[in-house]
Write a protein that binds this ligand. Sequence first.
Ligand code: GDP
Ligand code: GDP
Length: 436
Amino acid sequence: MALPTVAIVGRPNVGKSTIFNRIVGERVSIVEDEPGVTRDRIYGTGEWLTNQFHVIDTGGIDIGDAPFLDEIRQQAEIAIEEADVIIFIVNGREGVTSADEEVAKILFRSKKPVVLAVNKVDNPEMRADIYEFYSLGFGDPFPISGSHGLGLGDMLDEAVRQFPENKGELYEDDVVKFCLIGRPNVGKSSLVNALLGEDRVIVSSVAGTTRDAIDSAYRYNGQDYVIIDTAGMRKKGKVYEKTEKYSVLRALKAIERSDVVLVVLDGEEGIREQDKRIAGYAHDAGRAIIVVVNKWDAVEKDDKTMKKFEQDIRDQFQFLDYAPIVFLSAKTRQRLGTLLPAIQTVSENHSMRVQSSILNEVILDAVSMNPAPSDKGRKLKVYYATQVAVKPPAFVVFVNEPELMHFSYERFLQNTIRQAFTFEGTPLKIIARKRK
Ligand code: GDP
Ligand code: GDP
């Protein structure tokens, strides 16, 4: 199998070749005969833990007489073209520059995994300088020092984690993957079959299917989906695999691989403890969640039954207050048509990004209307907020003292964000950081 490729990207003088040399050591191929290549140390192989990979120093690729910005733009394009993972290097001593933002924009559009490394952080005191780089939108930046060899291990850990084979992922990033979890006999298999049999659903076969689940791909409304079905597997499996332990493990693995989790309940039987445990895991894993109440055909109803069931769910699954609830029947296909649009909506919300300017307006307004209560004479001050990740959406809130951010105030900020933006179906993360 071909080795994965890591490309190092960034504007000139941030330390790309220093880091490249650290990673490849002596394992450098000389490619001086290649046209357009001025530096000879561009391609190499690196090794981290048990992973071997190719490394490209895009800074060494000479684009000719192109103006400065064009040159770094083209280097970024090459990285995107060639790489499985991109290490984006910025300079912690200079802060975010417009050239960094330009590179970020190009990398962002590519949807390739990007590991953001802030170089020239030569000592621990300088670590506070990395926070402004959150605004580039690639999540937690890794502080490193190429010349001192610091922090490279953590950075490479993350790069290796993003290798396609380590992600265990068969699908493109824009495919929405979802699974159905729930106790045996709530109707998961019936639901999978019903969904795949829906009008307008175009089912295609999936090349590689894992040992733990049967994947079914389909297209609906212009979007590609994959159902990760562990229940169907259990039915085909051997007796020992039908035991509780295996089905829980399978459910956990399916959740790991999914963007959206359908927590399936049996409308006839109501809510059980076991339902809550697995739903809790989906919540902790940061997946988008829909609660599906199946077998609604078999429930004796009056005009209050649905409201009452809904209230039960809200009471017993308080941590899932953001999850929409869908009542349906896999058997009669009643309301089945509401499930596909719901999956589409929550998966969009799960990967939604909001603009920093609007986010800040909303947060700062809310904070001024409802300041944090003081704690032993000290008061939390909120300076600004920025969204740093999706799936699930995560927000860094810069404050005077992160310890002063209490659970209830974090909750308040979450609710503020939910009221202003449509994040239905997805958990949100708030991370308090000290403003330097
Ligand atoms: P490139 O143009 O991005 O490939 O950057 P280089 O690797 O050529 O480095 C540019 C300059 O930054 C050189 O003078 C390096 O010695 C210096 N440099 C690289 N890494 C570090 C670092 O971690 N700390 C400090 N203080 N300087 C560094
Ligand atoms: P799984 O173990 O969660 O995959 O559940 P199955 O799909 O195997 O369904 C368990 C039982 O519930 C089967 O006897 C199904 O026929 C029945 N069932 C599934 N969905 C419905 C439904 O919507 N209404 C009714 N009345 N029965 C259903």
